[in-house]
Write a new protein. Structure first.
Lengths: 110, 121
């Protein structure tokens, strides 16, 4: 059972906007930055969003992140077929002294 | 470019140990921590611990304390993760990742390509 809670699946059609939620507690999301990683099929995870809402160079501005209280979300606008992947949220947990991850959300582009 | 290249797939028997390597290139190896994360087939990501390649200092997730050892060889810019007393539920892809740290925040970028460790009798 993952410490951070994500929906197991999400879907949308090309061009749509989808949002993926990530719920935690005061010891992780509530007090530390949230990060998002994208894992394309058969590949290693790749950094998508850092420090709640910052995009690394090379990540399209269609991807955006936000945090409020003990929850965070990843939004993908103008959905494209190449966005089909698993998405994971992550945060440091002050109580566990551990990095914790969400269980991952499988995004399907219909 | 910054790259982490891991060793190849391993098949081990229960009770054995496995040592996975992670060779860094494109940056100064001793300037950034290396973390290890694993992923069982069809499952999520699980953090195992960190190592500072400069000092050799390490920190392990409680779940793996006593079974995992993270080391490095700075002369060849390579980090290692050794897991002992392997069980079938240790079957997973093991990733190394460089830690980027800026002003009290840190994240994993980039990741190695992953090493599949299969534990089977």
């Amino acid at each position: 059972q993952s410490v951070l809670t994500q929906p197991p699946s999400a879907s949308g059609t090309p061009g749509q906007r989808v949002t993926i939620s990530c719920s935690g507690t005061s010891s992780n999301i509530g007090s530390n930055y949230v990060y998002w990683y994208q894992q394309l099929p058969g590949t290693a995870p790749k950094l998508l969003i850092y420090r709640n809402n910052q995009r690394p160079s090379g990540v399209p501005d269609r991807f955006s992140g936000s945090r409020s209280g003990t929850s965070a979300s990843l939004a993908i606008s103008g959905l494209r077929s190449e966005d089909e992947a698993d998405y994971y949220c992550a945060a440091w947990d002050d109580s566990l002294n551990n990095w914790v991850f969400g269980g991952g959300t499988k995004l399907t582009v219909l | 470019q910054v790259q982490l290249v891991q060793s190849g797939a391993e098949v081990k028997k229960p009770g054995a140990s496995v040592k996975v390597s992670c060779k860094a290139s494109g940056y100064t190896f001793t300037s950034y921590d290396i973390n290890w994360v694993r992923q069982a087939t069809g499952q999520g990501l699980e953090w195992m611990g960190w190592m500072n390649p400069n000092s050799g200092n390490t920190g392990y997730a409680q779940k793996f304390q006593g079974r995992v050892t993270m080391t490095r060889n700075t002369s060849i810019s390579t980090a290692y993760m050794e897991l002992s007393s392997l069980r079938s539920d240790d079957t997973a892809v093991y990733y190394c990742a460089r830690v980027m740290a800026v002003a009290s925040s840190s994240w994993f970028d980039p990741w190695g390509q992953g090493t599949l460790v299969t534990v089977s009798s």
